[in-house]
Design a protein around this ligand. Structure first.
Ligand SMILES: NC(=O)c1ccc[n+]([C@@H]2O[C@H](COP(=O)([O-])OP(=O)(O)OC[C@H]3O[C@@H](n4cnc5c(N)ncnc54)[C@H](OP(=O)(O)O)[C@@H]3O)[C@@H](O)[C@H]2O)c1
Length: 321
């Protein structure tokens, strides 16, 4: 076989293996490889990791994953009672003592309180290795019926609150010469998610903001990871925004839906953190396949989404297909 044919066969082989990994996997190819051969979550042992929105869902499971790895944690959200429950559970499941976990009441949209919160964390742990911006709410609402106030509230919570906290934490990381900002974005930060216009816009904005930051601080040993999960079991549907200001969707998840288990999403997020990856996609199929299709064939994917129609895409999104 000549060199040219050999190269053609290698390219074909890579494409076939890649396609199989996409179709059978629940994360992008590089994250699947890192999960097998990269640094393990345990390599984060001893690090001070601040998780916002740690009182339920992905943030809660991430706390357990990191506690098992021996990380020191700041657990923040609005519901202190839930945070205390998560702390207790971390101590049961993990290699952590009482003083290794700081419970901190924090409302992401109360920007004026963020400085005091950062000071409390620094007073307790002296530094912050990783800030995980996880707190957030999704949405179920028709685009046209959504009030501009809801658009604004969504941006306040899912974007501006994240920026506010990150801008306060980053100077300390830069001064110390190391740090890591992890944002729990969404597949909706890559693709248009129907009936979630404000959410899609907010998560796209979040990624844009932090993709720009990554380049600016790249030479300062500051890392930025954008995590894009697809459908995951959590409390998110209950408290999702609707079209109307101040309203919660109160939706329930059916255990038979094809959503990812929360602990699996937390584990893969931990792998992405340990390996300081820039952007990861964590989703079961067909959502994972759609992410790849949209990345490499954006127009074809948009055409296909139109052909499949709202009903089918909605089912896919809710893990009901
Ligand atoms: N589940 C999914 O399918 C999915 C998919 C893609 C991305 N995500 C993203 O994952 C992240 C976590 O969501 P989840 O699915 O785990 O939902 P969840 O179970 O509802 O958890 C959301 C967390 O955010 C906190 N939070 C909400 N509003 C807050 C505020 N104003 N201030 C401080 N904390 C606030 C909540 O705590 P308190 O209520 O105690 O404040 C809770 O701990 C979100 O950013 C979401 O967009 C989720």
């Amino acid at each position: 076989m000549d060199l040219q044919s050999l190269l053609v066969w290698i390219v074909i082989l890579f494409n076939v293996v890649g396609m199989v990994m996409i179709l059978l996997g629940d994360a992008d190819i590089l994250l699947q490889i890192r999960a097998k051969f990269g640094k393990s979550v345990k390599s984060l042992a001893g690090q001070v990791i601040w998780i916002t929105g740690a009182s339920s869902g992905i943030g809660e499971e991430l706390a357990y994953e990191l506690a098992r790895a021996g990380c020191r944690l700041v657990l923040s959200a609005r519901r202190i009672k839930e945070l205390e429950r998560v702390k207790k559970e971390c101590m049961l499941r993990g290699r952590v003592k009482d003083e290794d976990i700081l419970v901190l009441k924090l409302d992401s949209i109360d920007f004026a309180s963020h400085k005091t919160a950062v000071n409390k964390v620094l007073a307790h742990f002296k530094h912050i290795d990783v800030l995980v911006n996880n707190a957030g709410r999704s949405q179920r609402a028709e685009w046209l019926k959504t009030s501009v106030q809801v658009d604004r509230d969504m941006l306040e919570l899912n974007v501006l609150g994240v920026l506010s906290l990150s801008k306060l934490v980053l100077p300390y990381m830069i001064e110390r010469g190391s740090g890591h900002i992890v944002n729990i974005s969404s597949v909706a930060g890559k693709l248009g998610a129907p009936l979630s216009g404000s959410y899609t816009g907010a998560k796209h904005a979040l990624q844009g903001w932090f993709d720009a930051l990554r380049i600016e601080v790249g030479d300062k040993n500051i890392h930025v990871t954008n995590v894009c999960p697809g459908p995951v079991f959590s409390n998110i549907l209950a408290v999702a925004f609707t079209e109307n200001e101040g309203e919660e969707f109160r939706g329930e998840m059916n255990p038979n839906e094809k959503r990812m288990k929360t602990d699996r999403c937390a584990y893969l997020t931990g792998v992405a953190m340990a390996n300081k990856m820039w952007e990861v996609w964590i989703a079961k199929n067909p959502v994972l396949f759609f992410c790849y299709a949209n990345q490499y064939m954006p127009n074809l994917t948009k055409w296909l989404s139109g052909k499949l129609g709202l009903k089918t895409i909605k089912k896919m999104r809710e893990g009901q297909n």
